[in-house]
Ligand binder design. Structure first.
Ligand code: SAH
Length: 255
């Protein structure tokens, strides 16, 4: 899914420069839907200047008279709050909030709502939200600049989105069954043998190198066919350095 179903809602923003900076923050993280509830000044030259070229987001921004209107079609509404005291809504930390937003955005529109520079969101506005999120800032100086708060949450959204995309890619990339643990052990044995043949361990401890290589291949988790290719490369290397007669390619295990 893309982040097109996630909108950033700024309520009653006083400084148009903050709107421009928020647009820039959004664009750097791949978000595009900006909704402004009763901005004090918009459109405005300061917004354009501080957007640093993210003017498409400003041009497409939707201006609404109320928060109700801004989130009317949303299935999940999350309010961003500089303070945690007196909060009655379920509170989510930003990473968790972003993961929830990205997951829900597959089925409905999601809004992240930011309050006024001087006094945040009103209680009535918070009542429209299903959840609240708080960036765990210094409790004695907890309020970020509006656009900075937008940047932090958009960054979390981007990370969550990339994670989701990566997770959905893994099964598609893998066309065959994963190599068995036994096959991996044969591979590690073969790899160590070849590395010894080429004197790769001359200046280093084989156990340490092998532990790192195991970690690397363990992360990748090759499938059967990929592992056979790796075994084939190792065998050909042994032939090339005269450690194994040509044609006597080491039997790749049935993996
Ligand atoms: N003085 C206001 C803070 C306003 S800052 C107050 O005390 O509520 C403007 C907006 O930026 C906030 O309404 C909130 O949406 C967002 N923001 C600022 N700091 C934040 C933080 N630590 N966590 C989450 N959102 C924050």
């Amino acid at each position: 899914m893309s982040l097109d179903n996630v909108r950033i809602v700024l309520v009653n923003t006083s400084h148009p420069g903050n709107i421009g900076s928020a647009a820039r923050a959004m664009k750097t993280m791949g978000l595009s839907q900006l909704v402004l509830v009763e901005p004090k000044a918009f459109p405005a030259p300061e917004a354009v200047t501080l957007s640093s070229g993210a003017t498409d987001i400003l041009d497409n921004a939707v201006v609404c008279a109320t928060l109700e209107e801004a989130v009317a079609d949303c299935g999940l509404i999350i309010g961003a709050s500089a303070r945690v005291r007196g909060i009655s809504l379920p509170l989510m930390e930003p990473g968790e909030c972003a993961e929830k937003a990205v997951t829900e955005a597959d089925n409905c529109s999601v809004a992240l709502v930011f309050g006024r520079e001087d006094r945040g969101l009103t209680n009535d506005e918070l009542k429209l939200c299903h959840r609240q999120t708080h960036i765990p800032s210094n409790p004695e100086f907890s309020s970020l600049n509006l656009a900075s708060a937008v940047q932090v949450l958009c960054y979390e959204l981007r990370k969550a989105n990339l994670k989701q995309q990566e997770a959905s890619l893994v099964p598609e990339c893998r066309t065959h069954d994963l190599a068995s643990s036994e096959a991996m052990e044969h591979f590690y044995g073969h790899l160590q043998e070849v590395l010894a043949d080429i004197e790769f361990f001359k200046h280093s401890n084989p156990d340490k190198i092998m532990a790192k290589l195991r970690r690397l291949y363990g992360r990748v988790r090759p499938d059967r066919v990929e592992l056979n290719i790796l075994r084939g490369i190792l065998s050909e290397m042994q032939v090339a350095i005269g450690k194994q007669p040509a044609g006597g390619r080491k039997e790749t295990q049935s993996v």
